[in-house]
Design a protein around this ligand. Structure first.
Ligand SMILES: Cc1ncc(COP(=O)(O)O)c(C=O)c1O
Length: 449
């Protein structure tokens, strides 16, 4: 289809993508009948693959009973059941769930809840948020201001709040100095965060916000072992909140329901989305601690926020069934096992590749980073658009993956993110690695490497 004949405003205004007309487990089917292996679930969304019969059935049942009611009048059975499922046993002290329509909305709610909490406590001076460079928290203006990706921020920078400042990410591959141990690196990052609190005035900071495993903008970057414990300690010492953005890395993706479970800490507020309903419905959620909600309950008595589609019953029903399937089919164990297999297969295929500098990630959330020179870790010239060439070559070869650029500093660097569904098999993983290998080599050849 030519760009002119589509009225949909697509991501590219020059090209109209092919229509997807069907899905079947790990496969997407295009209008010309082509089957594409969905190795990243779009952007780490489709955690149970496509057209899972149990989810379709649960949605049909809910649709036949009640699709929508406004939260200013009613709660709904699926919203109550989903909240019980997620926070009924108060994981890490998170006791309440606020259901929105996606990741950016979950982040906006998290930022506003943190601010309102301090307003209600009479700490009006707490209006600063510290985040990290090379992070992504969403594209609405509050979430974009929190995010630290230079390229995404640039055109909108005059509109972005100066309440947000950014520190160095826990990205060892690029930020750790050669003469530094992992412990030294963590200590340096902690000292930088402490210095940022001091620069701003420790009692002006409302929260520190971070992705436990950085997704889209850096490619599956987990922090060094003690990093989040150090961050938690600094926040606690200064009375600031810790907001963790698990929109991409959460809901089982890394092998535990919450990625923070692997860090030995818990947040005060958490954003989740993609894997919550696996793309069956658009839904995200903010999870919040009992302390925060009790403070507001005893103060003004209401979170001063809201959207039309809060706690949408059909979206909640889809999410609830996705979470039940993950639990009942013990998919977390499978993610851990398949994750190890994916890492092994990626290492076999790319471990000695002269243009793959790093293979990293957790569970079914893994990435490779492309470099011009492995010794210096120098990236390719961004003008070569290597990541886009890999994406195109992979798609041509029947593989949908999630390559992106700007890995190093928001402008240069290329990585490919993989986030296969939790229902994938070892054969699927073999096929993903095989097709990715072909695509990477083909793309490199096209830029004469
Ligand atoms: C870590 C993280 N936070 C927030 C968002 C924004 O979510 P959404 O695109 O659903 O608004 C994303 C999306 O990729 C994300 O990866």
């Amino acid at each position: 289809m030519s760009a002119r004949s589509s009225r949909v405003l697509h991501r590219s205004l020059r090209e109209t993508p092919p229509k997807a007309i069907g899905g079947e487990g790990i496969w997407l089917i295009a209008e010309d009948g082509r089957r594409v292996l969905d190795a990243s679930g779009g952007a780490a969304v489709s955690c149970l693959g496509h057209q899972h019969p149990r989810i379709i059935d649960a949605m049909a049942k809910q649709a036949s009973k009640l699709v929508y009611s406004h939260t200013s009048f009613f709660s709904s059975e699926p919203a109550e059941a989903l909240a019980d499922h997620l926070v009924g046993d108060e994981p890490g002290g998170l006791a309440y769930a606020y259901f929105v329509s996606g990741g950016s909305e979950a982040i906006e709610a998290s930022i506003k809840l943190a601010r309102q909490y301090f307003v209600e406590r009479g700490e009006l001076q707490r209006q600063r948020f510290i985040a990290r460079r090379q992070s992504y928290h969403g594209n609405t203006l509050g979430a974009l201001a929190a995010g630290g990706n230079a390229w995404r921020r640039e055109p909108y920078s005059p509109l972005l709040s100066s309440a947000f400042s950014h520190v160095t990410p826990a990205f060892a591959y690029h930020e750790k100095r050669d003469n530094e141990s992992e412990g030294d690196f963590t200590a340096r990052l902690a000292a930088e965060l402490e210095a940022e609190f001091q620069r701003l005035g420790p009692d002006t900071v409302a929260a520190f916000i971070a992705e436990p495993v950085v997704g889209a903008t850096a490619g599956c970057v987990a922090a060094p072992e003690a990093y989040f414990r150090a961050v938690r300690e600094i926040c606690d010492r200064h009375g600031a909140l810790l907001i963790l953005d698990e929109v991409m890395c959460g809901m089982g993706r890394t092998g535990t329901t919450h990625a923070w479970e692997q860090e030995g800490i818990a947040p005060d507020i958490q954003a989740i989305a993609k894997g919550l309903a696996g793309g069956y419905q658009p839904i995200g959620a903010m999870l919040a601690s009992r302390t925060i909600i009790d403070t507001i309950r005893q103060g003004s008595g209401a979170f001063q926020h809201g959207h039309t589609y809060l706690a949408h019953p059909l979206a909640c029903a889809a999410a609830l069934e996705v979470q039940r399937v993950i639990g009942e089919e013990k998919l977390l164990d499978r993610i851990k096992e398949l994750g190890r297999y994916l890492e092994r297969r990626l290492t076999e295929r790319f471990g000695n590749h002269r243009h793959v500098g790093d293979i990293r990630g957790r569970g079914l959330f893994q990435a490779i980073e492309l470099v011009a020179d492995r010794a210096t870790r120098a990236p390719f010239d961004p003008a070569l658009k290597l990541n886009q060439k890999i994406k195109a070559a992979a798609f041509e070869g029947g593989l949908a993956c999630y390559p992106a650029g700007g890995t190093v500093d928001g402008r240069s660097g290329d990585h490919v993110l993989l986030a296969p569904p939790y229902i994938a098999t070892k054969d699927d993983i073999d096929m993903i690695v095989d097709r990715l290998g072909t695509a990477v080599d083909q793309a490199l050849r096209s830029i004469n490497h």
